[in-house]
Design a protein around this ligand. Structure first.
Ligand SMILES: C[S@@+](CC[C@H](N)C(=O)[O-])C[C@H]1O[C@@H](n2cnc3c(N)ncnc32)[C@H](O)[C@@H]1O
Length: 303
Protein backbone atom coordinates (compact mmCIF):
# COMPACT_ATOMS: atom_id res chain seq x y z
CA UNK A 1 0.00 0.00 0.00
CA UNK A 2 2.93 2.37 0.64
CA UNK A 3 3.55 2.71 -3.05
CA UNK A 4 -0.02 3.04 -4.24
CA UNK A 5 0.54 6.63 -5.40
CA UNK A 6 3.79 6.00 -7.23
CA UNK A 7 4.33 6.44 -10.98
CA UNK A 8 3.07 3.73 -13.31
CA UNK A 9 5.68 1.95 -15.45
CA UNK A 10 4.67 4.30 -18.24
CA UNK A 11 5.44 7.38 -16.19
CA UNK A 12 8.63 5.95 -14.70
CA UNK A 13 9.91 5.70 -18.25
CA UNK A 14 8.87 9.28 -19.06
CA UNK A 15 10.64 10.56 -15.95
CA UNK A 16 13.77 8.60 -16.85
CA UNK A 17 13.92 9.95 -20.38
CA UNK A 18 12.10 13.25 -20.80
CA UNK A 19 10.82 14.88 -17.66
CA UNK A 20 14.04 14.16 -15.83
CA UNK A 21 15.45 15.74 -12.67
CA UNK A 22 17.02 18.42 -14.90
CA UNK A 23 13.81 19.21 -16.77
CA UNK A 24 13.12 22.37 -14.78
CA UNK A 25 16.60 23.89 -15.13
CA UNK A 26 16.08 25.67 -18.44
CA UNK A 27 12.61 26.73 -19.63
CA UNK A 28 13.74 28.31 -22.92
CA UNK A 29 12.09 25.78 -25.27
CA UNK A 30 9.84 24.10 -22.75
CA UNK A 31 6.66 24.41 -24.83
CA UNK A 32 8.14 23.17 -28.08
CA UNK A 33 10.45 20.35 -27.02
CA UNK A 34 9.93 16.74 -25.90
CA UNK A 35 9.26 17.71 -22.27
CA UNK A 36 5.99 19.38 -23.22
CA UNK A 37 5.18 16.76 -25.85
CA UNK A 38 5.05 14.19 -23.05
CA UNK A 39 2.66 16.48 -21.14
CA UNK A 40 0.51 17.89 -23.93
CA UNK A 41 0.70 14.90 -26.30
CA UNK A 42 0.67 16.91 -29.53
CA UNK A 43 4.23 16.53 -30.84
CA UNK A 44 3.77 17.90 -34.36
CA UNK A 45 6.84 16.17 -35.78
CA UNK A 46 5.50 12.63 -35.30
CA UNK A 47 1.72 12.99 -35.20
CA UNK A 48 0.71 13.81 -38.77
CA UNK A 49 -2.13 11.28 -38.94
CA UNK A 50 -3.37 12.28 -35.48
CA UNK A 51 -3.60 15.91 -36.65
CA UNK A 52 -5.24 15.00 -39.94
CA UNK A 53 -7.83 12.85 -38.19
CA UNK A 54 -8.48 15.49 -35.53
CA UNK A 55 -9.00 18.14 -38.20
CA UNK A 56 -11.18 15.84 -40.31
CA UNK A 57 -13.23 14.96 -37.24
CA UNK A 58 -13.66 18.61 -36.32
CA UNK A 59 -14.82 19.45 -39.84
CA UNK A 60 -17.17 16.46 -39.84
CA UNK A 61 -18.77 17.42 -36.54
CA UNK A 62 -19.27 21.05 -37.64
CA UNK A 63 -20.47 20.23 -41.17
CA UNK A 64 -24.03 21.09 -42.11
CA UNK A 65 -26.71 18.55 -42.98
CA UNK A 66 -26.38 19.64 -46.63
CA UNK A 67 -22.58 19.20 -46.58
CA UNK A 68 -22.95 15.64 -45.30
CA UNK A 69 -25.82 14.84 -47.69
CA UNK A 70 -23.65 15.74 -50.70
CA UNK A 71 -20.96 13.38 -49.42
CA UNK A 72 -23.53 10.66 -48.77
CA UNK A 73 -24.77 10.90 -52.38
CA UNK A 74 -21.21 10.37 -53.69
CA UNK A 75 -20.61 6.60 -53.91
CA UNK A 76 -17.41 4.55 -53.82
CA UNK A 77 -15.39 7.09 -51.83
CA UNK A 78 -13.49 4.26 -50.17
CA UNK A 79 -11.61 3.50 -53.39
CA UNK A 80 -7.93 4.40 -52.92
CA UNK A 81 -7.80 3.69 -49.18
CA UNK A 82 -8.43 7.19 -47.74
CA UNK A 83 -7.58 8.15 -44.15
CA UNK A 84 -11.02 8.43 -42.57
CA UNK A 85 -13.01 9.19 -39.44
CA UNK A 86 -16.71 8.53 -38.87
CA UNK A 87 -18.88 11.52 -37.91
CA UNK A 88 -22.62 11.67 -37.57
CA UNK A 89 -22.77 8.22 -39.20
CA UNK A 90 -20.78 9.19 -42.30
CA UNK A 91 -17.31 7.96 -43.22
CA UNK A 92 -15.30 11.12 -44.00
CA UNK A 93 -11.91 12.02 -45.44
CA UNK A 94 -10.32 15.43 -45.99
CA UNK A 95 -10.65 15.32 -49.80
CA UNK A 96 -14.41 14.83 -49.90
CA UNK A 97 -15.02 17.30 -47.09
CA UNK A 98 -13.24 19.87 -49.21
CA UNK A 99 -15.19 18.78 -52.27
CA UNK A 100 -18.53 19.25 -50.49
CA UNK A 101 -17.49 22.72 -49.27
CA UNK A 102 -16.46 23.65 -52.82
CA UNK A 103 -19.73 22.40 -54.32
CA UNK A 104 -21.80 24.04 -51.57
CA UNK A 105 -20.18 27.37 -52.39
CA UNK A 106 -20.79 26.95 -56.13
CA UNK A 107 -24.43 25.89 -55.64
CA UNK A 108 -25.19 29.19 -53.89
CA UNK A 109 -24.75 30.99 -57.21
CA UNK A 110 -25.07 28.51 -60.05
CA UNK A 111 -27.85 26.12 -61.05
CA UNK A 112 -25.89 23.09 -62.20
CA UNK A 113 -28.81 21.20 -63.77
CA UNK A 114 -27.84 20.53 -67.37
CA UNK A 115 -24.58 22.48 -66.96
CA UNK A 116 -21.55 22.12 -69.20
CA UNK A 117 -18.47 22.26 -66.99
CA UNK A 118 -14.74 22.51 -67.64
CA UNK A 119 -12.24 21.76 -64.87
CA UNK A 120 -8.57 22.67 -65.26
CA UNK A 121 -6.20 20.54 -63.15
CA UNK A 122 -8.56 18.00 -61.57
CA UNK A 123 -6.05 15.81 -59.69
CA UNK A 124 -7.58 12.34 -59.30
CA UNK A 125 -11.05 13.78 -59.88
CA UNK A 126 -12.67 14.21 -56.43
CA UNK A 127 -14.47 17.47 -57.35
CA UNK A 128 -15.77 15.98 -60.61
CA UNK A 129 -16.87 12.82 -58.77
CA UNK A 130 -18.87 14.84 -56.25
CA UNK A 131 -20.47 17.16 -58.81
CA UNK A 132 -21.44 14.30 -61.14
CA UNK A 133 -22.93 12.40 -58.18
CA UNK A 134 -25.04 15.34 -57.00
CA UNK A 135 -26.24 16.98 -60.22
CA UNK A 136 -27.56 16.08 -63.62
CA UNK A 137 -24.63 17.53 -65.55
CA UNK A 138 -24.74 17.73 -69.39
CA UNK A 139 -20.97 17.36 -69.85
CA UNK A 140 -17.72 17.66 -67.85
CA UNK A 141 -14.42 18.38 -69.58
CA UNK A 142 -11.23 17.78 -67.58
CA UNK A 143 -8.13 19.55 -68.90
CA UNK A 144 -4.94 18.25 -67.34
CA UNK A 145 -1.39 17.03 -67.85
CA UNK A 146 -1.20 13.60 -69.50
CA UNK A 147 -0.30 11.43 -66.49
CA UNK A 148 -2.74 13.08 -64.09
CA UNK A 149 -5.42 12.80 -66.75
CA UNK A 150 -4.89 9.03 -66.89
CA UNK A 151 -5.17 8.94 -63.09
CA UNK A 152 -8.51 10.78 -63.05
CA UNK A 153 -9.75 8.65 -65.95
CA UNK A 154 -8.95 5.46 -64.01
CA UNK A 155 -10.41 6.78 -60.74
CA UNK A 156 -13.62 8.14 -62.24
CA UNK A 157 -14.08 4.95 -64.31
CA UNK A 158 -14.15 3.03 -61.02
CA UNK A 159 -16.25 5.42 -58.97
CA UNK A 160 -18.97 6.53 -61.41
CA UNK A 161 -21.60 4.50 -63.25
CA UNK A 162 -21.46 4.21 -67.07
CA UNK A 163 -23.98 6.96 -67.81
CA UNK A 164 -22.15 9.54 -65.75
CA UNK A 165 -18.67 8.46 -66.85
CA UNK A 166 -19.67 8.78 -70.52
CA UNK A 167 -20.34 12.50 -69.99
CA UNK A 168 -16.71 13.22 -69.10
CA UNK A 169 -14.21 14.32 -71.74
CA UNK A 170 -10.54 13.97 -70.80
CA UNK A 171 -8.43 16.54 -72.64
CA UNK A 172 -4.67 16.61 -72.37
CA UNK A 173 -3.03 20.06 -72.38
CA UNK A 174 -1.17 18.92 -75.52
CA UNK A 175 -4.57 18.88 -77.23
CA UNK A 176 -5.09 22.58 -76.47
CA UNK A 177 -2.67 23.80 -79.13
CA UNK A 178 -4.22 25.36 -82.20
CA UNK A 179 -7.18 26.85 -80.37
CA UNK A 180 -9.03 23.64 -79.43
CA UNK A 181 -11.95 24.42 -77.09
CA UNK A 182 -12.21 28.01 -78.37
CA UNK A 183 -15.46 27.23 -80.11
CA UNK A 184 -16.87 25.41 -77.05
CA UNK A 185 -19.14 27.09 -74.49
CA UNK A 186 -19.18 26.18 -70.78
CA UNK A 187 -21.49 27.35 -68.02
CA UNK A 188 -18.73 26.99 -65.44
CA UNK A 189 -14.97 26.57 -65.22
CA UNK A 190 -13.39 25.18 -62.05
CA UNK A 191 -9.82 25.53 -60.85
CA UNK A 192 -8.83 24.16 -57.45
CA UNK A 193 -5.29 24.57 -56.14
CA UNK A 194 -3.55 24.27 -59.45
CA UNK A 195 -3.15 27.66 -61.15
CA UNK A 196 -0.86 28.51 -58.24
CA UNK A 197 1.45 25.75 -59.52
CA UNK A 198 1.50 26.93 -63.15
CA UNK A 199 3.78 29.53 -64.74
CA UNK A 200 2.28 33.06 -64.84
CA UNK A 201 2.09 32.83 -68.67
CA UNK A 202 0.15 29.57 -68.48
CA UNK A 203 -2.28 31.07 -65.97
CA UNK A 204 -2.82 34.08 -68.28
CA UNK A 205 -3.52 31.76 -71.22
CA UNK A 206 -6.06 29.77 -69.17
CA UNK A 207 -7.77 32.94 -67.91
CA UNK A 208 -8.04 34.13 -71.54
CA UNK A 209 -9.53 30.77 -72.52
CA UNK A 210 -12.04 31.04 -69.65
CA UNK A 211 -12.90 34.60 -70.66
CA UNK A 212 -13.62 33.41 -74.18
CA UNK A 213 -15.50 30.19 -73.48
CA UNK A 214 -17.13 30.29 -70.02
CA UNK A 215 -19.86 32.26 -68.30
CA UNK A 216 -18.75 31.55 -64.69
CA UNK A 217 -15.48 30.70 -62.97
CA UNK A 218 -14.94 29.09 -59.55
CA UNK A 219 -11.38 29.38 -58.25
CA UNK A 220 -9.81 28.14 -55.02
CA UNK A 221 -6.12 28.83 -54.54
CA UNK A 222 -3.64 30.30 -52.02
CA UNK A 223 -3.74 34.07 -51.49
CA UNK A 224 0.03 34.24 -51.90
CA UNK A 225 3.32 32.50 -51.29
CA UNK A 226 4.88 31.69 -47.94
CA UNK A 227 8.23 30.65 -46.58
CA UNK A 228 8.09 28.66 -43.35
CA UNK A 229 10.55 25.81 -43.03
CA UNK A 230 9.02 24.82 -39.70
CA UNK A 231 5.93 23.49 -41.51
CA UNK A 232 7.54 20.55 -43.33
CA UNK A 233 11.32 20.93 -42.91
CA UNK A 234 11.48 21.55 -46.70
CA UNK A 235 11.22 17.79 -47.10
CA UNK A 236 11.20 18.09 -50.91
CA UNK A 237 14.35 20.21 -50.99
CA UNK A 238 15.21 23.86 -51.57
CA UNK A 239 14.69 23.55 -55.32
CA UNK A 240 11.03 22.55 -54.85
CA UNK A 241 10.53 25.63 -52.65
CA UNK A 242 12.07 27.89 -55.33
CA UNK A 243 9.86 26.39 -58.04
CA UNK A 244 6.74 26.92 -55.92
CA UNK A 245 7.69 30.56 -55.36
CA UNK A 246 7.98 31.38 -59.09
CA UNK A 247 4.58 29.99 -60.12
CA UNK A 248 1.02 31.30 -60.02
CA UNK A 249 -0.44 34.77 -60.56
CA UNK A 250 0.14 35.76 -56.89
CA UNK A 251 3.75 35.57 -55.87
CA UNK A 252 3.96 38.06 -53.00
CA UNK A 253 4.93 36.58 -49.63
CA UNK A 254 2.12 36.42 -47.07
CA UNK A 255 2.22 35.42 -43.42
CA UNK A 256 -0.36 32.69 -43.95
CA UNK A 257 -0.89 32.16 -40.24
CA UNK A 258 -1.91 35.76 -39.58
CA UNK A 259 -5.60 36.28 -40.40
CA UNK A 260 -5.16 40.02 -40.97
CA UNK A 261 -2.28 39.44 -43.38
CA UNK A 262 -4.38 36.87 -45.26
CA UNK A 263 -7.35 39.24 -45.39
CA UNK A 264 -5.11 42.04 -46.70
CA UNK A 265 -4.05 39.79 -49.59
CA UNK A 266 -7.64 39.07 -50.68
CA UNK A 267 -8.18 42.06 -53.06
CA UNK A 268 -5.09 41.01 -55.06
CA UNK A 269 -6.46 37.45 -55.14
CA UNK A 270 -9.82 38.63 -56.51
CA UNK A 271 -8.09 40.72 -59.19
CA UNK A 272 -5.41 38.13 -59.95
CA UNK A 273 -7.89 35.41 -60.89
CA UNK A 274 -10.47 37.61 -62.67
CA UNK A 275 -10.65 36.20 -66.22
CA UNK A 276 -11.44 39.58 -67.82
CA UNK A 277 -12.19 43.16 -66.81
CA UNK A 278 -15.94 42.77 -67.27
CA UNK A 279 -16.27 39.77 -64.94
CA UNK A 280 -17.97 40.33 -61.56
CA UNK A 281 -16.86 38.56 -58.42
CA UNK A 282 -20.20 37.48 -56.92
CA UNK A 283 -18.84 35.77 -53.81
CA UNK A 284 -15.61 34.96 -52.00
CA UNK A 285 -14.52 33.46 -48.69
CA UNK A 286 -11.82 31.52 -46.92
CA UNK A 287 -11.75 27.92 -48.10
CA UNK A 288 -11.98 25.68 -45.06
CA UNK A 289 -10.01 24.38 -43.32
CA UNK A 290 -6.86 26.15 -44.53
CA UNK A 291 -5.93 29.63 -43.32
CA UNK A 292 -4.53 30.79 -46.67
CA UNK A 293 -6.74 29.18 -49.31
CA UNK A 294 -9.36 31.52 -50.71
CA UNK A 295 -12.29 30.78 -53.01
CA UNK A 296 -14.12 33.11 -55.36
CA UNK A 297 -16.87 32.83 -57.94
CA UNK A 298 -16.94 35.16 -60.95
CA UNK A 299 -19.64 35.66 -63.52
CA UNK A 300 -19.37 37.19 -66.97
CA UNK A 301 -22.15 39.71 -67.58
CA UNK A 302 -24.51 38.67 -70.41
CA UNK A 303 -23.55 40.31 -73.72
C1 LIG B 1 -2.21 20.20 -56.54
S1 LIG B 1 -3.08 19.36 -57.81
C2 LIG B 1 -4.75 19.77 -57.39
C3 LIG B 1 -5.68 18.74 -57.90
C4 LIG B 1 -7.18 18.94 -57.56
N1 LIG B 1 -7.73 20.16 -58.11
C5 LIG B 1 -7.42 18.86 -56.06
O1 LIG B 1 -7.59 19.90 -55.44
O2 LIG B 1 -7.40 17.74 -55.54
C6 LIG B 1 -2.70 20.32 -59.26
C7 LIG B 1 -3.37 19.84 -60.54
O3 LIG B 1 -3.05 20.74 -61.61
C8 LIG B 1 -2.61 19.98 -62.74
N2 LIG B 1 -1.76 20.81 -63.59
C9 LIG B 1 -0.49 21.24 -63.37
N3 LIG B 1 -0.05 21.98 -64.39
C10 LIG B 1 -1.06 22.03 -65.30
C11 LIG B 1 -1.23 22.66 -66.57
N4 LIG B 1 -0.24 23.38 -67.14
N5 LIG B 1 -2.42 22.53 -67.20
C12 LIG B 1 -3.44 21.81 -66.64
N6 LIG B 1 -3.33 21.19 -65.45
C13 LIG B 1 -2.15 21.29 -64.79
C14 LIG B 1 -1.95 18.76 -62.11
O4 LIG B 1 -1.78 17.71 -63.02
C15 LIG B 1 -2.95 18.46 -61.00
O5 LIG B 1 -4.08 17.78 -61.52
Amino acid sequence: MDHIFQASRQWERIQDRWITEDASVNLTNLKSDPRNYKLSLWDPSTNGVRYLKALTYHLGMTSSVEDLARINRTPNRGIGNPITVRCQGELLCMDYLQATFELGFIEQEIDLTGARIMEIGAGYGRTCHMIMSNHDIASYCIVDLKNTLELSRAYLRETLDDDRFKKIEFLSVDGLVGGALKSERFHLCINVHSMTEMSPDTVRAYLDLINETCSAFYVKNPVGKYIDQSLDGYLQGQEAVQMALENGPLRQLVDIHDSQAVQAAVPAFIDGYRPGDAWDCVGDSRALPWSYLWQALYKKPEQ
